[in-house]
Design a protein around this ligand. Structure first.
Ligand code: AR6
Ligand code: MG
Length: 322
């Protein structure tokens, strides 16, 4: 890959991870609330007054980014499960979902991830949005086709989320980020193309039905989005809402984050997922200065992004040289 292309890609990877981290932190103040007023959300988002502390969403996203960088872009399941469990053990207070905490504590004490994941929710496995909220790095690997992105998303999900809807959430989010990153900056992402690419690679009829609802929500009031989607901690309730918000504001992360938070419910996660898409499309120049100034450990996020972006340019060069 030429230097200019590498640097352009790096800005997108940085933009995606930084905006996801900022949005996660901004949204966490409102998690679980409903009926938020736009003024209330704008006051907190436009001029954050206190440090932006991220939650389990960003903690796990950074683990996955580091894992992909270390393993040549591939998912080594045992090592990834152990890395998530280590992260949870080190900072269990980040706001993990109840199923996730139960699962990661089992893995930390030696239970194999295959056994632990199946034990959740009476054997159904988790259909939470946790595999989706952390998956952006999978969509930010250069040189990969969309089928490879979808396969890696499945592999990354399976170590914690075995329910088909939890897996579909990760596939959808990874593909949305991948397509956002592949859309020229001045071009508006095509809703039809994005929805089609996701619908053809997700497995459940339930997810397809939610995706099909998106086009009717692209114009009109945000209230129609929260009327249609549950906007909760499930993959089905959160990921289609995040995609809808991104498609409404692909070039405007601040507007996207405000709208995502305003939906209520799982505000940190829906905002983080929509922002990851915006950042992949716009690059890091779109990160509002007031957010960057307050973000917790910004250098750690940038370093994770740069390792991911550099990994890809090395891989690309290696293929070209072969
Ligand atoms: N049946 C019914 N409800 C379920 C099921 C199921 N099979 N699976 C999940 N849920 P969890 P995550 C519901 O705990 O996916 C943090 O706040 C259930 O209500 O596996 O990592 C993050 O910020 C459960 O509590 O964790 C994210 O918002 C919820 O889905 C979120 O949690 C989450 O599933 C990530 O959640
Ligand atoms: Mg959340």
């Amino acid at each position: 890959m030429r230097t200019a292309e590498t640097s352009l890609w790096r800005t997108r990877v940085r933009g995606s991870l930084l905006l996801a981290a900022c949005a996660d932190a901004l949204g966490s103040a409102f998690e679980g609330r409903r009926g938020l007023s736009p003024e209330q959300v704008a006051a907190a988002v436009d001029r954050p007054q206190s440090p932006l502390r991220w939650t389990d969403d960003t903690a796990q996203m950074l683990v996955l980014a580091a894992h992909l960088a270390e393993h040549g872009g591939l998912v080594a399941s045992d090592a990834l499960a152990a890395a998530f469990a280590d992260e949870w053990s080190a900072e269990p207070w980040r706001g993990y979902g109840p199923g996730a905490a139960q699962l990661l504590s089992q893995i930390a004490t030696g239970v194999p991830w295959r056994v632990a994941g199946r034990s959740l929710f009476d054997g159904a496995g988790s259909l939470g949005n946790g595999a989706a909220m952390r998956v952006a790095p999978v969509g930010l690997i250069t040189g990969w086709g969309l089928d490879a992105v979808a396969s890696a998303a499945v592999a990354s999900a399976l170590v914690t989320h075995v329910h088909p809807e939890g897996i579909d959430g990760a596939v959808a989010q990874a593909l949305a980020v991948a397509l956002a990153a592949r859309t020229p900056r001045r071009q508006r992402p095509s809703a039809e193309e994005l929805i089609g690419a996701i619908a053809s690679r997700t497995a459940t009829a339930a997810f397809t039905a939610e995706l099909e609802a998106i086009p009717a929500l692209l114009d009109g009031p945000a209230g129609a989005i929260s009327d249609r989607f549950r906007c909760d901690a499930t993959a089905l309730g959160a990921v289609p809402a995040a995609i809808t918000v991104f498609l409404r504001y692909p070039d405007d992360p601040a507007a996207a984050v405000k709208e995502a938070i305003g939906l209520g419910g799982d505000t940190d996660t829906i905002a983080a997922m929509a922002a990851a898409m915006c950042g992949a499309h716009c690059g890091d120049s779109a990160v509002p200065a007031s957010w960057a100034a307050q973000l917790e450990q910004p250098e750690r996020v940038r370093a994770a992004a740069d390792r991911l972006a550099t990994l890809e340019s090395r891989r690309y060069l290696g293929e070209a040289d072969a």
